[in-house]
Design a protein around this ligand. Sequence first.
Ligand code: AMP
Ligand code: ZN
Length: 498
Amino acid sequence: MSDASLTLFNSLTRNLEPFEPIHPGEARVYTCGPTVYNYQHVGNMRAYVFADTLGRALSWKGYALTQVVNITDVGHLTSDADAGDDKMEKAAAREGKSAWDIARHYQEVFEADLARLNIRRPAHPRATEYVEAMIAWGKAIEEKHCYLLDSGLYFDVSTVPDYGRLARAVTDEGEGRIDTVEGKRNAADFAIWRKTPPGENRQMEWDSPWGRGAPGWHLECSVMSAELLGHPFDIHTGGIDHREIHHPNEIAQNQAHNCSADSGAHIWMHNNFLVDRRGKMSKSSGDFLTLQALVDRGYHPLAYRLMCLQAHYRSELEFTWGGLEAALTRLKRMVMAVEALKSRHAELVSASTPNLEPWSRPDGWILKQVRGDIGPAFLGLVEAFDGAISNDLNTSIGLTLLEEGLGLKKIPPEQKVAIIRTMDAVLGLNLFTLERTDLRIRPKDAQITEDEIEAELARRKEARAAKDFATSDAIRDEFAAKGVEVMDGDPLGWEWKL
Ligand code: AMP
Ligand code: ZN
């Protein structure tokens, strides 16, 4: 049998469509990246877990992948519709730092979070490195598509065909749109260039034919995707909120600049929201959850990755601590199954480090190569996995097939290793590197260190062996006071819990 053909849901047509690369053998993907004015919350990270899984699936199916996740370090206002303050300048004032320092700091935190979620490292170009290209783009479209107001250069959405097709907006009042700019011709018109208001001091500003100021947020993604991937490219991704304003605006700019009705990308894909009891997780709610907050409560970041993979990317996913704990336990069972394999066949495991790096040229565990390593009796499982992933990234079925693979008995161990490896190359759970003890719940505010717990446990074991129950009970009481639960004989091998 051959590999399943990859089908993806295209938000433009609201249909599943076959992936047909523009450049044979290649896949070019652009993902709208973070605005680095604050920490990312775990909802934002869902967008990057999704983009990473897409990238991994493309690599795994043998495409040479180029993926870009841009860093928005300029230009994003507190409302997507050109109203409100500049996010970067506002953060600089809040934290008493320069806007440039703010951007560097939050980009670093973002990149560290990506690594903790085992997200492969795509290119991370910064918007401020493309301002010249943005000005050139503005010059190219201004005559036919823009008009100048006191506040800057605006894009007239009535000058392109079918504005808002992506959003499926029935009126031009896209969801959440606020029209506060005096003189706009259409409510949906948006800034290409924002002039610095007289008397205002901005840290991030540039000279342009339309006055000193800063580019509009939507412009950067059109310009950077064109520069880095060429138009049209294969797949553009982002969170589902981008389907309403940001991506329709990118499309309008692309149509204007490329003198074509084409949107600029063949497939537009959107992940649904992470929600909690209050609704969509968002930064404006103030007390949003960061990945670090999960870690501080004692959870391994990959438990969150698994939690994301359990849901289809197009479904809403509800965040609960119970759900996270269940994902952690599931991950732990997987890691224990791999540990059993490792302990019996260390030679196989160490010899088979998956090589998805350099990540644009996968040459380790891609599907085609693995086929030859797996006998006909077990190939069906890998093919079922391929079928699930190729069906618009059905990772939730993919996970159950991985578990089926982990449970296989009477299979040559090298084949089992190959099956787990190849599936994990797509899911990115790092199963061969993680250890059971990495997954222990370790809250930051624990009153006792792990070394102390281990030492006390050893002392307790000795006491019990010597039938010194007074000491053993005293240790148990001390543990209880410090929140340590000893789990003798626990089938999951937790041993203790904080
Ligand atoms: P921002 O830094 O606000 O531009 O957001 C970064 C990415 O996270 C974008 O693709 C958003 O669409 C996405 N996003 C924002 N909130 C959520 C959420 N609650 N769940 C999933 N994705 C989100
Ligand atoms: Zn974007």
